[in-house]
Design a protein around this ligand. Structure first.
Ligand SMILES: [Zn+2]
Ligand SMILES: [Zn+2]
Length: 400
């Protein structure tokens, strides 16, 4: 339940929309779909919008929907964004609303995000005493597909101009009734690391005749871990993780090649470039010292998610209006996870905040289960609070 410090919410736990929201959330949870394939999820969201007579535009980035609500009074426009996609994970939960799609699961709570925005859209359509226009953005493909980038490229902000755009993600471990708002950096930039080390294969019993790419690779992996600790200032944040190492096919043959794959995370573009330059040097010199050759290349993922401070302040104020200032954390460290809301923030001012999905409690051991875990579930108790936050933000920003 919402904790006791919580003030009356626009949609409180006993309100007319909480039960429908739980039903919508469970339906979405039971029918998870992967990036750009959110066909029935998009149809379901559209059917609810239609039922409540909300204007909508479909087909952005394939399955995306923009639902537009006009206030009674004239004013500017803002965007509120929720993501819709699920993950290729086999759910291990056994509750009634568990996934019915084998190998797919809403393990990041995007079912809850879509539901909270849907609840807010329905409420705002029926209570439009605000000045301006709200565009509710139901976005596909957050989980690696860069659906946000596709929407921006397809002209999201040209067709639906917004003075600011806002996002929200549930955060396991952060208590129910709490929010976290970062002034600037929230989530990291991500790039995929690809490395090929080429040696000279041959008989494993005759090392004098070969150049061992596996031993070279072992040195490379070790040396790469010196970059964050020895090249960056201790106050900077970055992660280099080598997550795959592939070479060889039997016990008595040294292979020709070794492939390494991994992830690079950072907040600041200059730091990212510094790390990549250093990685190039380390690969080149380590490989040549072993007689091998190395090649490294990067695939860009998502840029860092960086809030505009004035909009972050507004989000903190609006969430404080609901739960009190002490329940809005302003000093949580940012996450090294990544988020494609960054593409929207690079195209428009705005802010992205976290809403508590629950702490680990004795009677609710799974409430803090981390995102992307097979046992994760979005917390239905926070649906009214999340929807209320969107409504409060609209009422504050588009004040009549
Ligand atoms: Zn996720
Ligand atoms: Zn997510």
């Amino acid at each position: 339940m919402i904790n006791k410090q919580t003030k009356t919410m626009t949609i409180d736990a006993g309100s007319d929309l909480h039960q429908p929201m739980i039903k919508w959330r469970h339906w979405l949870h039971q029918h998870p779909e992967l990036s750009f394939k959110e066909f029935i999820s998009s149809d379901f969201i559209a059917s609810v919008l239609e039922e409540y007579g909300i204007e909508m535009h479909r087909g952005f980035a394939s399955t995306g929907i923009i639902a537009t609500i006009h206030g009674k009074h004239n004013g500017s426009s803002i965007g509120l964004r929720a993501d819709m996609d699920a993950l290729p994970i086999q759910e291990m939960n056994e509750f009634a609303h568990k996934s019915t799609h084998k190998g797919k699961m809403h393990a990041c709570g995007h079912d809850g995000h879509s539901t909270m925005l849907l609840g807010a859209a329905v409420y705002l359509q029926q209570n439009n005493d605000f000045a301006g226009t709200v565009h509710c953005i139901f976005q596909p493909a957050e989980e690696g597909g860069a659906g946000g980038q596709v929407m921006v490229k397809e002209g999201l902000f040209e067709k639906f101009p917004c003075q600011a755009v806002y996002g929200m993600h549930n955060w396991p471990g952060l208590g129910v009734g709490k929010f976290a708002v970062h002034n600037t950096h929230v989530m990291a930039a991500v790039e995929t690391i690809n490395i090929t080390i080429t040696g000279k294969g041959g008989h494993a019993a005759m090392p004098e005749q070969i150049i061992d790419p596996i031993l070279t690779g072992a040195h490379v992996i070790t040396a790469l871990q010196s970059i964050v600790s020895r090249t960056l200032a201790p106050t900077e944040s970055a992660v280099i993780s080598i997550t795959m190492a592939n070479a060889g096919f039997t016990h008595n043959v040294i292979p020709n090649e070794m492939q390494l794959t991994g992830t690079l995370r950072y907040f600041n573009t200059d730091i990212g470039q510094k790390i990549k330059d250093r990685m190039q040097e380390i690969i080149h010199h380590t490989c040549s010292s072993m007689g091998a050759t190395g090649r490294i290349w990067f695939e860009e993922g998502y840029p860092a998610t960086i809030n505009t401070p004035k909009h972050a302040q507004q989000c903190a104020k609006s969430s404080s209006n609901l739960v009190g200032e002490t329940n809005v954390l302003r000093d949580m460290p940012p996450s090294m996870g990544a988020e494609d809301f960054s593409f929207l923030l690079n195209a428009c001012e705005g802010a992205y905040i976290w809403i508590g999905n629950g702490e680990a409690l004795e009677n609710q051991p799974t409430s803090a289960c981390m995102l992307h875990n097979t046992k994760y579930d979005f917390n239905d108790d926070i649906l009214p609070l999340g929807a209320s936050y969107w409504i409060q933000l609209v009422q504050d920003v588009l004040k009549k």
